[in-house]
Design a protein around this ligand. Structure first.
Ligand SMILES: Cc1cc2nc3c(=O)[nH]c(=O)nc-3n(C[C@H](O)[C@H](O)[C@H](O)COP(=O)(O)OP(=O)(O)OC[C@H]3O[C@@H](n4cnc5c(N)ncnc54)[C@H](O)[C@@H]3O)c2cc1C
Length: 354
């Protein structure tokens, strides 16, 4: 049986960090908000926040939001050369970054939003109808009507695509990620390493254990046979990362989209996309969470003060800046003249594929 319609100012679809930030900021602007979450969490637990992100998270979600997480005092990278270079937080003007327990973080930001007055509805949201002034959303047995629709559904951008936006993708990359319960290394820093056809990262987890991931192009990735065996073969090609990863226990490698993509239209009449739904970044940047949370807060102001055109200008700037940084970091690697992955990075052009 469908509940009678609940009518609010804004419905936010997706209860990840960006959706929670948008919903919380909208309530602070005095608007009534329902946030719809389907209970699915990101499958990778190891995430890092860059220096400076702690202040932003505290500003949006409260001073204690990172209390259960760990400071990251260094980033070690074998990028331009095979030598490991350490960037110490002491030499960074914004100080240390953070190692996040992602499941805990996502649950906590949702809880902060709800405690501030966001109404939470559990279910997989579908857009029943809507054009401009009144949206109608179904989620489980609930029926929600709202003047504004915020798409915070992550990379799939379910709502924006349903409304005719397309994702402009730059390359097709996959991440092959494995989470291990043990961390024998004792190295409390994120480590990066470029290899001939992709790159690796590994991060210790705040509650113990470690996550390690290999990023490469879809066609250069795993094609057949044992995925774990293939992943371990790629790991063996590293000089540094393999020494940090404890492969003694049983391992499960999961695959996720790691490409860069932007919506050709991130807003329209009565709707707007935030976070990964609006723009998903290369994991190399470690900027996804910070940018998504900032977007949520910024979009709330734009909605409350009817300034959506300002948000579109900001969005173009965010995307352009990310493109510039991404090109810069990939252009630093010129160690493999015959590599398909690295030669593609240098000539990559953004193209529409969906
Ligand atoms: C391999 C990899 C490593 C990364 N590492 C980092 C890192 O170190 N640091 C960093 O900052 N970022 C990192 N990122 C990016 C980061 O994970 C994302 O930017 C971040 O999760 C975006 O948050 P979000 O709230 O926009 O989307 P999501 O976290 O994807 O949340 C969207 C939520 O909406 C839900 N949803 C979707 N559709 C519906 C629907 N129809 N109805 C209801 N709910 C729905 C989803 O289930 C999900 O819970 C990484 C990404 C990858 C792929």
């Amino acid at each position: 049986m469908i509940d009678s319609a609940r009518v609010v100012d804004v419905v936010v679809v997706g209860a990840g960090p960006s959706g929670s930030s948008a919903a919380l900021s909208l309530v602070r602007e005095g608007m009534s908000v329902i946030m719809v979450g389907n209970g699915r969490r990101a499958s990778w637990a190891g995430e890092t926040l860059p220096p400076g992100a702690g202040d932003v998270m505290a500003g949006v979600f409260g001073a204690s939001i990172l209390n259960k997480h760990q400071r990251a005092y260094a980033v070690n990278a074998a990028w331009e050369s095979s030598q490991l270079h350490e960037t110490d937080a002491m030499s960074h003007p914004l100080g240390a970054g953070w190692l996040l327990d992602r499941l805990v973080f996502d649950a906590d930001v949702e809880q902060v939003a709800c405690a501030a007055g966001v109404r939470f509805v559990h279910g997989q949201a579908t857009l029943v109808k809507g054009s401009g002034r009144r949206w109608s959303i179904a989620a489980g047995s609930h029926h929600i009507e709202a003047n504004w629709l915020v798409d915070a559904t992550g990379r799939p951008a379910h709502m924006a695509r349903r409304l005719g936006s397309r994702v402009l993708r730059s390359g097709r990359m996959l991440a092959y990620v494995c989470r291990m319960d043990a961390d024998g290394s004792g190295v409390a820093a994120t480590s990066l390493e470029a290899t001939s056809e992709g790159w690796w990262y590994t991060t210790p987890l705040p509650r113990g254990g470690r996550v390690a991931g290999y990023i490469t192009d879809v066609d250069l990735g795993h094609q057949s046979g044992s995925l774990t065996g293939w992943w371990l073969d790629r790991l063996a090609e590293t000089e540094h990362i393999r020494g940090l990863v404890d492969c003694s226990a049983e391992m499960t490698v999961t695959t996720s989209d790691a490409g860069t993509g932007y919506l050709n239209r991130c807003a329209g009449q009565g709707w707007v996309a935030v976070g990964d739904a609006a723009a998903h970044f290369d994991p190399l940047s470690s900027q996804g969470l910070l940018t998504g949370v900032l977007m949520g807060a910024r979009v709330a102001q734009a909605i409350a003060h009817n300034k959506l055109e300002d948000w579109q200008v900001d969005y173009e700037m965010i995307v352009a800046e990310h493109d510039m940084l991404r090109s810069h970091y990939y252009s630093l690697v010129d160690r493999w003249a015959d590599s398909t992955f690295w030669s593609r990075r240098s000539i990559e052009l953004r193209k529409v594929v969906s």
